[in-house]
Design a protein around this ligand. Structure first.
Ligand SMILES: Cc1cc2nc3c(=O)[nH]c(=O)nc-3n(C[C@H](O)[C@H](O)[C@H](O)COP(=O)(O)O)c2cc1C
Length: 453
């Protein structure tokens, strides 16, 4: 068990899956709603809030699936990087993490935006690096061919390498002078042009944003395919996983083995398991909440959702047989999850649809009274080797239940990684003083000076 459990809250800037059960489905476009929500998380003591993002939406046979548009399934969604500046201004200790895919924008753009956000947040920003869910849609939107799954990771690798070089290698720590007497703004001998001539990107020049508190934003990652886990072990500092406990345990052990092989140390990544919580004063009330949140997802809706994550059309397959296709350039995690890999049984197409109806891409929820669920949560952390939870939103409870019932009990037991004022996000995850990438991270090799972090 980690010394302390880390907690984050998951959101998207999209309409929620069960929007029809909520009072105000459009509040996701209301800035004040997010300011109030995230302020509430900060006051409750969460370590970070995470906004998932993608340019994608459900597509089959090169066209948006009409049912996705009609029912609001992974569609529509707005851009969360724009939201982070407002949250930077209205919070002062919670970590602010969002996704930018390495498939859309160039490293130069991403590096500049996150360096700016790192200043505005005083070092509280994190970048969730993904190769992108809903890839068919975003490839079509940008007028490109769909890039093969593992090639997307090759591009992600080069993207992050160049971004790291821009963040860590452009400016020496003491390059900025701002000396009005001499009129010297920057010591030009301490600003270096980055040169890169790669397969996917080319660059010669400098990052124009002066050094920020973390330099490199805290790097998150979320794809758990085999290629994704290697990418995590190479670059990530925090990873999101979402699967049943046995699978999560194997994924975590695998990521930590790969970390060790890379010389980064088994604890170099904070692994956060996506968790859905239905908690109430009594067990029975909690079960009733869970039932109330099951929603009206039809098998057709579930198939749309599955197509979004995998590109596979389950409705065209034999419902009583296992998946007719087990490779997809769209996303491998939710195929591997059901196709008998890692010792788990292969599910039939009907069982997969039913599982997506119930839990979508998430694992089964925690359900019970506050003591039961706190015990379950701690047992989960001990069994899987995860470092904490990424709390999922739910219409009938979810994060609110967790904050009301579980958080106080975890706090009473002294197992929380209490969020501290004045720390960067990296320090929040790895302890005070760790505001910069550790020397064992590949990004450290780009530093031009030897001033310790
Ligand atoms: C908790 C969690 C959050 C995720 N957030 C995003 C996201 O914001 N954007 C995205 O494109 N993919 C996100 N993913 C990952 C995708 O589901 C998908 O696995 C990945 O983009 C494709 O890589 P893979 O083939 O290695 O799975 C998330 C996954 C998890 C478990």
């Amino acid at each position: 068990m980690p010394t302390k459990i880390t907690l984050g809250a998951f959101h998207t800037l999209g309409v929620g899956a069960k929007w029809y059960l909520t009072e105000d489905p459009m509040r996701y476009l209301d800035l004040q709603h997010w300011i109030d929500t995230v302020k509430g998380y900060e006051e409750a003591g969460l370590d970070f809030v995470f906004f998932a993002d993608s340019y994608g939406y459900p597509v089959l046979h090169d066209h948006v699936i009409p049912l996705a548009v009609e029912r609001g399934i992974q569609f529509p969604a707005a851009d969360p990087t724009v939201l982070l500046t407002a949250l930077a201004a209205t919070t002062d200790r919670i970590g602010l993490v969002t996704t930018v895919s390495t498939m859309i924008e160039k490293p130069q753009t991403v590096a500049r935006r996150f360096a700016t956000l790192d200043h505005f947040t005083k070092g509280r920003v994190g970048w969730n690096v993904v190769t992108g869910s809903g890839q068919s849609a975003s490839a079509l939107l940008f007028g490109e061919e769909l890039t093969a799954h593992d090639d997307r990771y090759a591009r992600a690798e080069e993207h992050v390498q160049l971004s790291l070089e821009l963040w860590e290698g452009s400016w020496e720590d003491d390059a900025l002078k701002v000396d009005a007497e001499t009129g010297t703004f920057t010591d030009s001998s301490k600003v270096h042009e980055v040169e890169h001539d790669g397969t996917f990107f080319k660059a010669r020049g400098v990052l124009t944003v002066p050094p920020s508190p973390q330099r490199t934003p805290t790097l998150f990652q979320a794809g758990t395919s085999s290629r994704g886990r290697q990418f995590a072990a190479d670059f990530a500092e925090a990873v999101f996983v979402a699967a049943e406990p046995d699978t999560v345990t194997k994924q975590i052990a695998d990521i930590r083995d790969r970390l060790e092989a890379n010389g980064r140390g088994r604890d170099a990544i904070s692994i956060l398991a996506a968790g859905t919580f239905f908690v109430a004063a009594t067990h029975e009330e909690a079960v009733a909440k869970r039932e109330a949140a099951v929603g009206r997802t039809s098998l057709e809706d579930a198939a749309v959702l599955y197509a979004y994550f995998t590109g596979l059309d389950l409705m065209s397959m034999d419902l009583d047989k296992p998946l007719a296709q087990t490779n997809s350039d769209q996303g491998q995690t939710n195929i591997d999850r059901f196709s008998g890999k890692d010792g788990a049984p292969a599910l039939t197409v009907r069982q997969i649809l039913e599982e997506f109806q119930r839990n979508s891409v998430m694992a089964s929820p925690f359900v019970g009274d506050p003591i039961e669920v706190t015990d379950q949560a701690i047992a989960y952390i001990e069994a899987t080797g995860a470092d904490g939870f990424l709390l999922q939103p739910e219409v009938a409870g979810g994060q609110d239940d967790f904050l009301e019932f579980v958080l106080p009990e975890l706090r009473r037991r002294g197992v929380l990684n209490e969020s501290q004022p004045g720390l960067t996000l990296r320090e929040q995850l790895f302890g005070a003083g760790n505001n910069r990438l550790p020397e064992t991270h590949p990004g450290a090799a780009f530093r031009k000076n030897s001033i310790p972090a």
